[in-house]
Design a protein around this ligand. Structure first.
Ligand SMILES: C[S@@+](CC[C@H](N)C(=O)[O-])C[C@H]1O[C@@H](n2cnc3c(N)ncnc32)[C@H](O)[C@@H]1O
Length: 231
């Protein structure tokens, strides 16, 4: 067990947001059983464990082995009260069954990518640094590059429009697939440039056009929204 005092873990992995609101909305009480479907750096889980002590339990899921390792180190001081499992949150029910745990008193999903995943350019989530066209949450599944090789223009435009709320989705999708077919699209930096060239000019928008375009495939290929609705 770690000697660290509660809440004193020094982590640059990910800073959780709305921690007080999460505790309030979940009405966390001592002795309860809670599920954190997106463990990340373990910040929300730590707050849940503090609030449901001395004998409440938190099951933390994440698809990313980095998150499981980081949160396990951070939350070691809680011993058996913290149960980390590498799994998709869509499997929450079967994980709880397998652990022999009953109905949870509350659950949390903080969907998306962690700062750690964004900061590590080798993960392929960031267009600022450049990196491989990966964007996987962990070692399983298809990379963004593999997805693009199979996707139709309609699929790509749908991901951009519905999940990224991108304007000019059809034109951008066409440009992306053309660049990929010509062998000019292997990195996130190349994707950023293709999107920037094809995106309609929108002076009112302060963000880079690739910001939303990157959000589209992340949400679509990881089925973030449909998966949340299925939980
Ligand atoms: C925004 S971070 C969560 C941060 C966390 N709340 C904390 O306090 O550090 C999102 C995390 O969800 C994970 N994730 C995304 N989709 C997932 C899914 N379908 N199932 C399980 N984990 C997922 C990512 O790997 C990432 O670690």
């Amino acid at each position: 067990m770690s000697e660290r005092a509660p809440g004193s873990y020094d982590s640059t992995y990910h800073a959780p947001i709305m921690v007080d609101e999460v505790l309030e909305w979940l009405e966390v009480s001592p002795g309860g059983l809670y599920l954190d479907g997106t463990l990340g750096g373990g910040g929300h889980s730590e707050a849940l464990l503090d609030a449901c002590g001395p004998d409440g339990v938190v099951v933390g899921l994440d698809r990313d082995p980095d998150a499981i390792a980081e949160a396990s180190a951070r939350l070691a001081r809680f011993g058996e009260r913290f149960v980390p499992v590498r799994a998709n949150y869509s499997e929450a029910e079967s994980v709880l069954e397998r652990l022999g745990l009953g109905r949870v008193d509350g659950w949390l999903i903080d969907a998306g990518v962690s700062s750690h995943q964004l900061d590590d350019s080798s993960r392929g989530f960031s267009f600022r640094e450049g990196g491989p066209l990966d964007m996987r949450m962990g070692p399983d599944g298809v990379t963004l590059g593999e997805w693009l090789d199979e996707a139709s223009e309609r699929d790509v435009a749908y991901a951009l429009r519905v999940y990224g709320e991108v304007k000019g989705a059809n034109r951008i999708a066409r440009a992306i697939l053309a660049a990929r077919a010509e062998g000019k699209l292997d990195t996130t930096a190349a994707l950023r440039d293709v999107v920037a060239d094809a995106a309609p000019r929108d002076r009112a928008r302060k963000i880079h056009p690739a910001t939303l375009a990157f959000q589209g495939p992340v949400s679509y290929t990881h089925l973030t929204l449909p998966t949340i609705y299925s939980v």
